[in-house]
Design a protein around this ligand. Structure first.
Ligand SMILES: Cc1ncc(COP(=O)(O)O)c(C=O)c1O
Length: 383
């Protein structure tokens, strides 16, 4: 039987054509496709500025650099995320603090965040909330809290292009639109909604931060005569900050543009798959994820008391599920910094039971049936 992965890219002939066109053009990098991708992505998300970068991790790093994170600062995030959401603070020498999750949504618990802030009101500089699985963090509520204590927000929206929450005025707030966050980031890794191989994006409504991101993305170098101290001629540039080469190539941007044109289609299919799982698992002794209209369903995570057995059973049938994530505070690097198992009981209880089922737009109905039937079979054998 053919293998079914938990996630995979959806590449069409149009995508291939778009990349081939760039390969025949004058610019493989630093060409016109970058600007086009940024403008179209900003429009899709509903923000003013977007900066295309090499990957989601580079996006996070540029954000912590732009916000001047340093060794004297503490930043809060969730233990249930990919390590990069925390590592970006460490890249700048800052200290990472974690707040436990809400056991129903699996998102960072704002009450836990508030407790941290109340206990040490002047200790924290910022927070990196994660729209985990594609479920939006309510950033309006978070911002009310962070404003009281003077924290910035970097929204990690890697799982959530097209996701949203509804604010107190009944307005849809798209993940990453930066109406509440200072900066937001996305990843275009192949399992994500939009795939460019490697790739990422930072979004913001803040012009100053936008200009800083542009500078830091390209070595801290500017060629803008208005910003330079002197100008020796057409070849001249100035390196004004210590930046990086975190650029995306034009081949990748062209793929991103083509993928973006099908983003709504992919999102609708993900919602369809989730709805079918929701119905199929009714009556089984497992927990299905919180359903929400604004859920972008990067992942479909069930909780089961038999995680390892179910994982192995599905694997024996060539169905490859995944666990998201190994908790960041239990990774050896973070344990060495003083964190230990037992620090975040809700996240740890989640981790013991979570399993991400196959979820991607090209998952066929037949393949989804195979997944559903296998899980039902497993539950008939388990006592
Ligand atoms: C929540 C989250 N943050 C950050 C990243 C980092 O993105 P990338 O793999 O593009 O560097 C990922 C991707 O795996 C992610 O899932």
């Amino acid at each position: 039987m053919k293998p079914i992965p938990y996630g995979r890219q959806n590449i069409t002939e149009e995508d291939i054509q778009a990349v081939a066109e760039v390969l025949r053009s004058d610019f493989l990098t630093q060409g016109p496709k970058i600007d086009e991708f940024e403008k179209k992505f900003a429009e899709y998300i509903g923000c003013k500025y977007a900066v295309a970068v090499a990957n989601g991790t580079a996006a996070l790093h540029l954000c912590t650099l732009a916000l001047d994170v340093n060794a004297s600062q503490k930043v809060i995030t969730t233990p249930i995320t990919f390590a990069a959401s925390a590592n970006c603070v460490r890249y700048c020498g800052g200290e990472v603090a974690f707040a436990d999750i809400d056991p129903k949504s699996y998102l960072i618990d704002l009450n836990k965040v508030e407790s941290l802030l109340k206990k040490n009101p002047n200790s924290y500089k910022g927070i990196v909330p994660v729209d985990f699985m594609g479920l939006a963090v309510n950033l309006e509520e978070l911002k009310q809290l962070t404003d009281k204590y003077g924290l910035w927000i970097i929204e990690d929206a890697c799982h959530a292009p097209g996701g949203y929450f509804v604010d107190s005025k009944g307005t849809k707030q798209n993940c990453g639109n930066s109406n509440f966050a200072d900066l937001a980031i996305f990843s275009f890794h192949p399992v994500k909604h939009i795939a460019t191989g490697e790739g990422g994006m930072v979004t913001t409504n803040d012009k100053k931060l936008y200009e800083k991101l542009l500078l830091l993305r390209t070595h801290g170098i500017t060629k803008n005569p208005a910003l330079m101290h002197k100008n020796d001629g057409g070849w001249y540039y100035e390196m004004q900050e210590l930046g990086y080469n975190y650029r995306l190539s034009d081949m990748q941007a062209a793929l991103g543009i083509s993928q973006l044109s099908r983003a709504d289609e992919g999102l609708a299919r993900r919602k369809e798959i989730a709805a079918r799982y929701d119905v199929a698992f009714k009556g089984l002794a497992l927990t299905t994820p919180l359903s929400d209209k604004g859920h972008a369903y990067h992942l479909y995570v069930i909780l089961t008391e038999h995680r390892k057995k179910l994982y192995d059973f599905l694997r024996s049938k060539n169905i490859f599920c995944q666990v998201h994530y190994i908790l960041v505070h239990t990774l050896p690097y973070y344990q060495q910094l003083g964190w230990k198992t037992g620090d975040f009981p809700n996240a740890e209880s989640y981790y013991e039971r979570c399993l991400s089922l196959p979820m991607y737009p090209t998952l066929s109905n037949e393949d989804q049936t195979r997944v559903i039937e296998a899980i039902k079979e497993f539950y008939t054998t388990i006592k």
